[in-house]
Design a protein around this ligand. Structure first.
Ligand SMILES: [Zn+2]
Length: 112
């Protein structure tokens, strides 16, 4: 076994290389070359925290009607090297969005 046999890349979640806020949406450039965009409201409705999703069943308890149409982040901060912490204009601040969650929520943007 040579050195390289020990260094085969493990399957890993791509990480963002850039996160940008645009009017109404969050754009993320990923280190695997993919670029995604997520509408703020979709991102808010996809919040994975225990207050929005029942932990043991995965059932979403957040009522979409309780989220304003114009909801937007007031703060977007990296958490370690694995997630974004987003504070929302509706006062919700417990959502930690892991990279895999962000990828799952995002639709790959169309080149324009
Ligand atoms: Zn939440």
């Amino acid at each position: 076994m040579g050195l390289w046999d020990h260094m085969k890349p493990a399957a890993r979640t791509p990480a963002p290389s850039a996160v940008e806020q645009f009017p109404g949406k969050l754009a993320i450039a990923w280190d695997d070359g993919v670029r995604t965009e997520i509408a703020f409201r979709d991102l808010r409705l996809g919040c994975p925290c225990a207050g929005c999703v029942e932990e043991w069943s995965g059932r979403r308890t957040l009522d979409p009607a309780s989220v304003p149409d114009d909801v937007h982040p007031t703060s977007v901060e990296p958490v370690g090297n694995y997630a974004l912490s987003i504070v929302w204009s509706d006062g919700h601040s417990t959502g930690i969005y892991a990279w895999a969650t962000l990828r799952a929520l995002a639709q790959p943007s169309l080149a324009t």
